[in-house]
Design a protein around this ligand. Structure first.
Ligand code: ZN
Ligand code: ZN
Length: 457
């Protein structure tokens, strides 16, 4: 594993070294020869000499804003992306329609009533029902986890159940966000509160999708996240005596709304029907502006491909940018792309997704047979100066996961994301959390790998 602080210095040294190489390349000694495919090193150097990615991300964050399904922000973002990809000179820039769920947050508050009155820091969970006007006031049953709820099930009826589990990594702790409300309602709870799904907190609540029972036999109760601090406060107070809270949420599920995947090609010069896909998701939560999740991914894939266009490099195979709709809720963008492009999928040579934030690059995971993993690892070797050459077996990304069935090798972009969940799905996921140099290094890594795959024999 590359030391995170070593990468920038080594990348800078690499850039200086390549600056010399590029100057030599400019000497027209081989002017008569057919243009040789540009090596990955030249693309990396050009990307590192550029600073467009952060400006692009700032533009998205500041002009579109947050991009919740069905919102004006999402519509602005689709128009913005079409505009920018056209201005970047890509081919066949289009919006491919999909229909997305349209959940609205409304006004919401959570207030501690007993043992004393105090506002609590909260965010309703995506997909939650609202409360009746005036809210629900009830005693809190604070439990650590699903096991404790089962053990104390007779106490849950008529209560607001608070899940306050320890952070055990996103994959494990997020289960309380996903199915806490169903578990609590099964035992008669009237509402569900969860500790925000994050490791560290400075009093920021973190939202995200939750789900109800598909069979609809279990009542739909409102669900919200509290800041880590307020969840811990309620847990401590509950050990001292009765704790009462009022939860008021104006959330509602409206009829599904029109949205779109934004798609653009850099057409292949020899094998235009063969596609190497570079994806990210354009939707975000409404808290913050989704700078890391997934504005950064959008900026990286857009810039990676537009950079190649600016360098006047046409890859052998088509490079395709796809900015997916609705990753955060029901993945209609990913499902829609797989459905609408089913005929083409046998000619998709790889699909890469950037949805890990814009922190310093750390390499890639590949979901494919071991020979393909080894082949992609060899292609990523020139990315060592960026700290982005580590290729290990692993998942690609939620939106491209729907391409796995067709046998498309999937690539996940990895970063040094130790601080990703500090801001993830919270009001703190804003532009100032993104380091422009880190973002640009990701453009270099992704552009280099995309080019290598698109050129490969
Ligand atoms: Zn995401
Ligand atoms: Zn997300």
């Amino acid at each position: 594993m590359t030391h995170p602080h070593a990468a920038p210095a080594r990348a800078a040294a690499f850039l200086i070294a390549l600056g010399g190489l590029m100057t030599n390349d400019a000497v027209p000694a081989r002017a008569a020869a057919a243009p040789a495919p540009a090596p990955v090193e030249r693309i990396v150097a050009a990307a590192l000499a550029d600073s467009s990615a952060f400006a692009l991300l700032a533009d998205l964050c500041d002009t579109a804003g947050s991009r919740l399904n069905g919102s004006e922000g999402q519509r602005r973002a689709v128009a913005w992306a079409l505009d920018r990809l056209r201005a970047g000179g890509l081919d066949d820039v289009r919006a491919e329609p999909v229909t997305v769920p349209h959940w609205v947050r409304g006004r919401e508050t959570c207030t501690l009533l007993e043992p004393y009155e105090q506002p609590l820091t909260m965010l309703g969970l995506g997909g939650s029902v609202g409360t009746p006007p005036g809210g629900i006031a009830a005693e809190v049953l604070a439990v650590r986890d699903f096991d404790e709820l089962e053990a104390r099930a007779p106490e849950a009826a008529g209560r607001l159940v608070l899940f306050d589990p320890p952070w055990e990594g996103y994959g494990k702790t997020v289960q309380y966000r996903g199915r806490g409300a169903v578990a609590a309602a099964r035992h008669g709870a009237v509402g569900c509160l969860i500790r925000s799904v994050t490791d560290r907190s400075l009093a920021t609540p973190h939202t995200g999708i939750m789900r109800y029972d598909k069979g609809d036999t279990i009542p739909r109760i409102p669900a919200a996240a509290l800041s880590v601090e307020d969840a811990a406060l309620l847990t401590r107070l509950a050990r001292r005596g009765p704790v009462r809270v009022r939860l008021e949420m104006g959330a509602a599920q409206l009829p599904d709304a029109p949205s779109a995947n934004v798609v653009a090609d850099l057409t292949g010069r020899e094998l235009p029907d063969e596609v190497v896909l570079a994806g990210a998701h354009l939707d975000s939560w409404d808290a913050g502006c989704g700078a890391h999740d997934d504005g950064a991914g959008c900026a990286i894939v857009m810039e990676a491909v537009m950079l190649l266009k600016r360098l006047d490099l046409a890859p052998r195979r088509t490079l395709r940018v796809v900015l997916f709709a609705d990753e955060e809720m029901t993945q209609q963008g990913g499902r829609g792309y797989a459905r609408d492009h089913a005929d083409e999928l046998p000619r998709h040579r790889a699909a890469l997704e950037c949805d890990s934030g814009g922190f310093a690059p750390a390499g890639f995971t590949v979901q494919a047979d071991s020979a393909t993993v080894a082949r992609f690892a060899a292609l990523a070797a020139p990315l060592a100066p960026l700290g982005a050459d580590a290729v290990t077996p692993g998942g690609g990304g939620v939106d491209i996961s729907f391409l796995a069935e067709a046998g498309v090798p999937l690539i996940g972009h990895r970063v040094h994301g130790e601080h990703y969940f500090d801001v993830h799905h919270s009001p703190a996921d804003t532009l100032d959390k993104v380091d422009p140099a880190d973002l640009q290094r990701n453009v270099a890594a992704v552009a280099g790998l995309l080019w290598a795959i698109a050129e490969a024999p």
